[in-house]
Design a protein around this ligand. Structure first.
Ligand SMILES: Cc1cc2nc3c(=O)[nH]c(=O)nc-3n(C[C@H](O)[C@H](O)[C@H](O)COP(=O)(O)O)c2cc1C
Length: 173
C-alpha cells in the first residue's frame, strides 16, 4: 500500500476478533513508534505492551466510557513519556501514536487511540493517575494515550479522497 492508501484505510477500529496479533506485525508497529521523530531527538517515550486480560480490563476503565473496548483488545500499547527528558512529551507521544496507528493499518491490524491525558477515569479520577496506578508508573511520566490493537472483527470502510474537507486549506497570497 502506498502512504495515501494507508491513510485512507486508517480507521478507528474498536471491535476485535479473539485472535493473537502475529509477533512480526506487533514488531513492525513498535518499530513505527520508535522511528517517530522527537524534538531535539530526545526520545522521551517508552512503549509498554499490555496483553494480560486482567490488566486490559482495568485499562478499559481508564475513561468514563470511551475506553471500554480495551477489554476486548488483544494488546494495548501505553505510550509513557519521561518529562525529565523532554518538555515536548505531548507532541512526541502523539506522533508516535499516529505512526503506530498507521503502521497497524498497513499490517491489517485494527487499532484505536484512547485519549488519557486531560480525561477522567470511570472512578472519576484523572485518567493519567488511574493508568499510572494500574501499571505502577512514576508521576514524572505523562501519558497522552493508549493504542488498542486487535485483529479487526469486520472490515471497516475506508475514507474517500472525495470527502476530505478541502475548505480547511487556505492559500495565503
Ligand atoms: C487525539 C485522539 C484521541 C482519541 N481518543 C479516543 C478515545 O478515547 N476513545 C475512542 O473510542 N476513540 C478515540 N479517538 C478516535 C477518534 O474518535 C476517531 O479518530 C475519529 O472519530 C475519526 O474516526 P476514524 O479514526 O475512524 O477516521 C481519538 C482520536 C484521536 C486523534
Amino acid at each position: 500500500m502506498d502512504l495515501l492508501e494507508i491513510m485512507l484505510k486508517r480507521r478507528s477500529v474498536r471491535k476485535y476478533k479473539d485472535e493473537e496479533i502475529p509477533k512480526e506485525k506487533l514488531n513492525k508497529i513498535l518499530q513505527a513508534g520508535l522511528l517517530a521523530p522527537t524534538s531535539r531527538n530526545r526520545k522521551p517515550c517508552s512503549f509498554l505492551i499490555v496483553d494480560k486480560k486482567e490488566v486490559l480490563e482495568k485499562l478499559s476503565e481508564s475513561k468514563q466510557s470511551s475506553s471500554k473496548f480495551l477489554k476486548n483488545a488483544n494488546k494495548a500499547i501505553v505510550v509513557v513519556a519521561n518529562t525529565l527528558v523532554s518538555d515536548t512529551w505531548i507532541e512526541d507521544s502523539s506522533i508516535a501514536l499516529a505512526f503506530m496507528h498507521l503502521m497497524a493499518t498497513e499490517q491489517y491490524i485494527g487499532s484505536c487511540w484512547v485519549q488519557i491525558h486531560l480525561r477522567k477515569s470511570k472512578s472519576n479520577e484523572s485518567s493519567e493517575d488511574y493508568v499510572r496506578k494500574v501499571l505502577g508508573i512514576d508521576d514524572y511520566f505523562r501519558i497522552v494515550g493508549i493504542l488498542a490493537l486487535g485483529v479487526p472483527f469486520h472490515e471497516v470502510q475506508a475514507h474517500k479522497i472525495e470527502d476530505i474537507d478541502k475548505e480547511k486549506v487556505h492559500y495565503l497570497r
